[in-house]
Design a protein around this ligand. Structure first.
Ligand code: 6PG
Length: 232
């Protein structure tokens, strides 16, 4: 059974999500969040920075990434840089709470360093690092994090983090795998834009080729959608 919430626009979705992060952070000493990249989170982070700068105790928040492009942290395509520009530079979050992927390093080294960082800084539950919250986006091809349909087998990799590659650009990516994503306490898809509607319809209604889309492999996510993505 899918849990789905539909919003008029990205701002309403962002405010809802900000309140949710605020509520979850009040109940805990620390809150670990794996962030997604791409354009949707930009609007979410802008709202978080603007409306929750003083409301959320950012000392409690630990930020990670669900995937990262293998580029330097100053590169315009870096998910880390996007988060710095739209959120981290605008809130008082301690630098030791930022756990980025070292995208500037060779991909195998970046992947193994991130695995070590996850194992060192997250609580281990049944031997696996566990996030409190994982935020995921979905591409119009049904990918999530950087697990793309043509590499869907990476989802079930035995490692919690895998080297991947964008199908069109060939860009090297480091991505969390299903093993750690499906181990999180809560997982939220934040999906906006009408280009997502066709695959979303297949996934939410378990029809067509939904099984070939990595986003369909996420267990029990909450879907936070704008009207366009929901086809409303
Ligand atoms: C990335 C993301 C990726 C993204 C989807 C949706 O690094 O690009 O992690 O999985 O979430 O491609 O991106 P948009 O929100 O830009 O549509």
């Amino acid at each position: 059974m899918n849990k789905t919430q539909i919003f008029d626009n990205k701002q309403d979705l962002a405010n809802y999500f900000g309140e949710l992060i605020y509520e979850r952070s009040r109940a805990k000493d620390t809150l670990s969040i794996a962030l997604s990249g791409g354009s949707t989170p930009k609007a979410i982070f802008d709202v978080l920075a603007m409306n929750f700068q003083d409301k959320i105790d950012w000392n409690k928040i630990h930020l990670y990434w669900g995937d990262e492009r293998c580029v330097p942290p100053t590169h315009d395509e870096s998910n880390y840089k996007m988060t710095v520009d739209h959120l981290i530079n605008k809130v008082t979050i301690p630098k030791e709470n930022i756990h980025r992927v070292y995208g500037e390093k060779p991909i195998q080294e970046a992947t193994s360093l991130y695995i070590q960082q996850l194992k060192k800084t997250l609580p281990l539950v049944n031997g696996l690092p566990q996030f409190d919250i994982v935020i995921l986006g979905m591409g119009s091809d049904g990918h999530t994090a950087s697990i793309f349909p043509y590499q869907i087998e990476l989802w079930n990799n035995e490692d919690i983090c895998v080297p991947a590659q964008h199908p069109e650009s060939g860009q090297a990516r480091v991505s969390l795998s299903g093993k750690i994503i499906n181990h999180a306490i809560e997982t939220f898809f934040l999906v906006t834009g009408k280009d997502k509607a066709p695959k979303l319809d297949e996934i939410l209604n378990r029809k067509g080729n939904f099984k070939s889309y990595p986003a369909s492999l996420v267990k029990n996510p909450v879907w936070l959608l704008d009207k366009e993505a929901a086809g409303a």
